[in-house]
Design a protein around this ligand. Sequence first.
Ligand SMILES: NC(=O)CC[C@H](N)C(=O)O
Length: 310
Amino acid sequence: MIKDISNLQVKLQALLASQQSLYTQGKVADYIPALAEVSAKKMGVCVTTIDGKCVGAGDYQEAFSIQSISKVFGLVMAMKRIGDELWDRVNMEPSGQPFNSIIQLEWEKGIPRNPVINAGALLVADVLVSHFSSSKLAFLSFMRKLAHDDSVFIDNHVYQSELAHGNRNAALAYLMKSFGNIQAEIPDVLSHYFTQCAVAMSCEQLATSLLFLANKGVDPRTKKIICSPRDAHRVNAILSTSGMYDQSGQFAFSIGLPAKSGVGGGVIAIVPNYGVICTWSPPLNSFGNSVIGTNLVACLAEELGLSIYH
Ligand SMILES: NC(=O)CC[C@H](N)C(=O)O
């Protein structure tokens, strides 16, 4: 199934070259002004495997804003902390709506469709704020532990920028609070959420830190249990059905991997029992997913035969 990856480095370089001119097909996010300062031409890709390989090309060691990719890690922390109680407060269905949509949330009485749209991630942020004495520090140290790298940092410029332009997320959080589905104070929930979105990491660091999801919850380098096999399965299932927002169906149809995007231009894809792909290219399509990043994952999945549906 998975072909020989001995010349993966060469393949990755060639793939990047083939995509280089396509950055004009998308638009760099500017609703968080700090994100618009990043060059549209940045491009990186990294593949890590559970047997210890790490191959990258382009800007794969440059840190970028992980944004919604942080929702994966927040979810793992919340599942671990409160267990099945979480699923009384957030659902596990695709939303069929844009990531920051508010309309469904009122119809469904403040219960978000899933934990990886904004409403669901704000709910998860509430769980973390309510169950950790310092949820931001706990989040950052979780990221550093998973990346095996203490240089992972929170980009304060991005944080401040989103804080100053976060009205939509505030609206989502207040609406959930009005239904009694948020426990902490809204400014604390928003501050945690914007902090985790403002974590800066490279493709290499992200692809390394997510290996546990390809390995039934166990970090393959330390053999430490990060989450249970059941939770790893559940997170991968949610990423398969909802991780690429309203493009998740098309992504499953054509690529077939659990994946998550962020408006900073990152895309991560989990290849169960094999490894992780992380790509970065800031210009986004209308769904808020990186145009080139999605193409790169598609090409690699096809070339290496990685789809989970084969
Ligand atoms: N899709 C995303 O990456 C969205 C994250 C961003 N921080 C927001 O809440 O709008």
